[in-house]
Structure formats: C-alpha cells, structure tokens
Design a protein around this ligand. Structure first.
Ligand SMILES: *Cc1c(COP(=O)(O)O)cnc(C)c1O
Length: 360
C-alpha cells in the first residue's frame, strides 16, 4: 500500500515533514554518531532537546511563567489518578463533568482516592452534547473541577469554559491540545497524552500552575508526585526520550506553520468541509448537535449497519483508513488532527459523495 489518508483517533498521523526529519537524523543525531534513542538523557545534547521542546510548547501555547511544564509517562489515563493524588490534601471532594468515556474513567479513578461529585452529564443523549454549566453548580470547597475539553469518542468539545471561581479547573486536553487557541491562565492543570495531537505515545504533557504543586496527599508515590517531577525537570527517572524528541519536532513544525492560531483556522476549515457535507447529505448523518461539534473527531453514521460496513471497506481500499467508529457510537469517525491536510478531508468528502451517489 502506498501513502494513505490516515483518520486514526490515536495514535494518529504525524506531519510528513516531521517523519522525514526524524528519519534523516535517526542514526546520527547532529553529528553525535548516535541516535537520540541511544544517548544519555543527562547529556548536554539531550538536555538541549528537552529544553527546546519545553520552550517551543511554552511559546506555542503562551504558557505563563507561573506554570510548570512536565513530560511524564503513563498516558492521560495515569493523570486520572495523579490529579486527585496531587490535589486532594485539603479537600477530598472534586467536581467532575461527565461528557463521555474518558470523563467516566477519570471519575472512576478519582473515586479510589476521594469523592468524585458528578455535577453534570450528557449521558442521557449518548454524550452528543456538552451540558450547560454555571458557577452555582460547583462546590466552592472542592479540590478542583475536572472537564474533558474534547471528547475523542463522541466528537464533542467545549466552546466555552465553565466559570469555577477560585476552584482550579483541570482539563484533559488529550485530543484538542494545540488545535485551537486556549487561555492557559484559565486552568489549574492541563494534561494531554501525546499520541493524538503532539507526537508518539509514551509521553504525556502536564501544564500545572505552581501553587498547585503542594496540595498532594501524603501517600503519593514519588514518580507520581508533580512537585518531584517539577523539581527534577521531568528527569526524576529516565523520561520517554525519543517521544519527547519527536514532540519537539512537531512543535517546530507547528511554529514554522504559523502556530496555534493558523492551525485553528485550518482546523475550522477542514471540519467545515466535512460537517457541511454531512449536513447536506441525504445518506450520511453527523451524530453531534451542531454547537458542540469537535474540530478534531467527526463521528457520522449511515442508515444501516450494512452500509457502514460497506463504506468502511470501500474507503479502506481507496486509501482512506482507520475510519471505523468507536463501538459506543458505531458508524464512522474521521479524526482530523493538526497533521491531517485540508486536501485529505476534501478527498474523503469526494469519496463520500461518490459512495452516496452509488447507494441511493
Ligand atoms: C486517548 C485519550 C485518553 C487516554 O489516553 P492514554 O494516553 O491512552 O492514557 C484520555 N483522554 C482523552 C480525551 C483521550 O482522547
């Protein structure tokens, strides 16, 4: 098979330029005679890579000085536990908004350490919207409020952040970090597994306001302690060196291409091409209510299960791969992260039009 259009929800496609760059220095990184995979994480050469990665991310997201950037392991799923472990010193209650499977997993994990209070949920409509939130819904004594800014499986996103007053807002941003402009200062903690919109699996980015570094429970293991990670520059133990290096290349690619603002415009344009077609189609249907639609993950269905199967099969043969939807929604899902080109989305829509004309 030649080059395909890869709509995988994660791990997902990386920019071609980044893969080429990584390939060109795979065996000999900048004349060192070794691969990034083979060098000490404490060498000057590697320190430059991790520092540069952090600086570029800070600049791309305009991260304020009173926030630490950590590169940790364990995926977003470990953050589900690290957040309560690190924030529940004073209050053992946290507020959660349940907007899908990842929120649910975060809630379940929190319950092992304290009270996870679900203030709102969209489960009544199979998570096809984001519940309305107002300040009076939150407990002013809660340790934090947790939201999932983009729901990878159900294809919804917050277009407005809740006002939580003085209670820190914690966000799982795994599938929309760097895809749209967001004001970091509105958050206590932002975390994201890398494999959706940053780089390869294995590294998780945590952006944490410094005053939240000393709110932990006594029993938190050292490796899961944000403060220890921060004091050691994410090198309390060996970090996921190569994943951080690829993330650095992706950050460089983003910067060369105009940064988050330009990326957001491109993402809006890409999503519009797909949603416009879905809304006018007599065969395909988008599953999410218009005002909550994700720019990154676009679920859609055909009227019969048989047609879904036929579409996925024919699309795969035509080079549009990984379009099968998550089992909890069914149908299809096109994930169109930063690395997906407008051309890729246009070609997919062309293919969908052709499928529609043959199946009416
Ligand atoms: C993929 C995903 C996760 C899980 O990430 P892991 O890195 O595999 O633990 C959590 N939250 C969201 C929103 C995701 O998209």
């Amino acid at each position: 098979m030649g080059k395909v259009y890869n709509f995988s929800a994660g791990p997902s496609m990386l920019p071609e330029e980044v893969l080429a760059e990584a390939a060109s220095e795979l065996q000999d990184y900048q004349g060192s005679g070794m691969s990034v995979m083979e060098m000490s994480h404490r060498s000057a050469l590697y320190m430059e890579i991790i520092n540069h990665a952090e600086q570029q991310l800070r600049s791309l997201m305009e991260i304020p000085h009173n926030y630490k950037v950590l590169f940790v392991q364990g995926g977003a799923s470990l953050q589900f536990a690290m957040v309560p472990l690190n924030l529940m010193a004073k209050s053992s209650t946290a507020d959660y908004v349940n907007t899908g499977m990842w929120s649910k997993k975060a809630i379940a994990e929190c319950k092992k350490f304290g009270n996870a209070n679900v203030v709102a949920t969209s489960e009544d409509k199979n998570f096809n919207y984001i519940p309305a939130l107002s300040k009076d819904m939150f407990d002013s004594q809660a340790a934090y409020v947790h939201i999932t800014t983009n729901n990878t499986i159900f294809g919804t996103r917050y277009t407005q952040l809740p006002d939580t007053g003085d209670v820190p807002l914690v966000a799982d941003m795994s599938s929309n970090i760097l895809s749209e402009k967001l004001d970091v200062s509105k958050f206590g903690i932002i975390y994201a597994g890398a494999q959706k919109n940053i780089g390869p699996a294995g590294v998780t980015v945590v952006i944490i306001r410094e005053d939240l570094l000393d709110q932990r429970m006594e029993t938190v293991p050292s490796l899961l302690n944000y403060q220890i990670q921060a004091e050691n520059g994410s090198m309390y133990n060996t970090p996921p060196c190569y994943s951080i290096y690829i993330a650095k290349l992706v950050f460089g690619w983003l910067k060369r291409n105009g940064g988050v603002e330009v990326m957001q415009k491109r993402n809006e344009e890409k999503a519009k091409v797909l949603y416009d077609f879905l809304d006018e189609s007599k065969l395909f249907t988008a599953t999410v209510q218009p005002q909550y639609r994700s720019l990154m993950n676009v679920p859609f269905v055909l009227p019969q299960e048989q047609l879904n199967d036929a579409f996925i099969k024919q699309a795969t043969t035509a080079g549009f791969v990984n379009l099968k939807g998550h089992r909890s929604v069914g149908g299809m899902r096109a994930s169109i992260y930063n690395a997906m080109t407008l051309e890729g989305v246009q070609k997919l829509v062309q293919f969908m039009k052709q499928f529609e004309s043959q199946n009416r």
